[in-house]
Each structure stands twice: as C-alpha cells, then as structure tokens.
Design a protein around this ligand. Structure first.
Ligand SMILES: Nc1nc2c(c(=O)[nH]1)N[C@H]1C(S)=C(S)[C@@H](COP(=O)(O)O)O[C@H]1N2
Ligand SMILES: [Mo]
Length: 162
C-alpha cells in the first residue's frame, strides 16, 4: 500500500523512528510496516565480517524496503540535489550503528534488497528474535548490516570539509 499510515508521533517502545534531515519525522510500528508492499528475501548464511565466523543459516525474511520508508519520510530537498549527498545512519536499540548512502540505496541494486524485516520463514519475528531487523541482502558478509532491534534511521546531508 502506498498511502501513509505512518504516524508522526512521539517514540513508542519497539517502534522505528525516521528522523533528522527528512522532510518529516515518521514513526512505524510493526502494524504500519505490514501495510506496505512486502518483499521476500532469499535465505542466506549469517557470517561475521570481523571473524568470518558462521553464525547461522537464516530462512527467508519478509519485510518492507528501506527505500519505501525513506520515501515516506521524504528525502531532503531544501537545496537542489542535496538528496544525493545524504547518508542514512541506522541505529539499534543497543546503540549499534551502520550506514547507507543515498547512492547505494537508490542508484545501485543494493537498495533493492535492504529490508526492515518483521517475518522469517513465514513466522512473525518478536523482540527476542531481534525484530525489527534491518538487513542488506546483497552484502558479501551479511552480519554487520544485519541490525537487530532497529530503533532509528537518521538522514544526514554531507558537505565538503572546508
Ligand atoms: N543491534 C545489533 N545488531 C547487531 C550487532 C550488534 O552489536 N547490535 N552486531 C552485528 C554483528 S558484527 C554480528 S557478527 C551479528 C552477531 O549476531 P548474533 O548476535 O545473532 O550472534 O549481529 C550483528 N547485528
Ligand atoms: Mo560481527
């Protein structure tokens, strides 16, 4: 579904907040996430980047594309073209952070498999499973950008250093 059922509201526990240099701040609970078109990921092996350790095999995730949520919040547009120098910072409840650029999400195939997942192998994910999970399906080693308990997506518009 395209229309917004996302509510601009104060943070609710377990909800995902998009804030910073978006056109508006938006909060999504799982029920809101489920109202968008969903994407089914392919199964993969979760493997740590730092140690190359195999963690586990993951059944197909179902979720909403991160680009869909970003589009709901609105890319920055106060200066022409600034949306192209935006980076998105994803933050877990524990403070764990990963980054995405506008280019990789909107101008490369990577963005077509970056999901905020709420289901795995046909079963709803709960908080203990790490829901909602942000996951980048095209990464070489998936564990770093497999963020459990995703809490926030921030938009930052970069400028050149003086
Ligand atoms: N919220 C959150 N997600 C995270 C991390 C973290 O510290 N916090 N670590 C990442 C890294 S580096 C690894 S290797 C895996 C570890 O997955 P596991 O906790 O299921 O073993 O989670 C990834 N997702
Ligand atoms: Mo890791």
């Amino acid at each position: 579904m395209d229309s917004v059922n996302a509510i601009a509201s104060p943070r609710v526990d377990g909800a995902l907040v998009l804030a910073g240099r978006f056109q508006r701040s938006v909060t999504f609970g799982v029920e809101q996430l489920r109202q968008y078109d969903s994407v089914l990921a392919t199964p993969f092996d979760l493997r740590c980047y730092t140690t190359n350790r195999f963690i586990r095999s993951v059944e197909p995730y179902r979720g909403v594309l991160l680009t869909t949520l970003i589009t709901e919040a609105g890319l920055p547009d106060s200066v022409p073209g600034e949306f192209k120098r935006t980076v998105f910072v994803a933050v877990g409840r524990d403070g764990y952070i990963v980054t995405f650029s506008w280019h990789e999400l909107f101008n490369t195939p990577i963005g077509e498999s970056v999901l905020v997942a709420y289901e795995c192998g046909g079963r709803a994910l709960d908080a203990e499973d790490g829901a909602p999970i942000l996951f980048s399906g095209a990464d070489i080693l998936p564990a770093p950008r497999h963020v459990k308990r995703l809490a926030r997506i921030e938009a930052h518009v970069l400028g050149a250093m003086a």
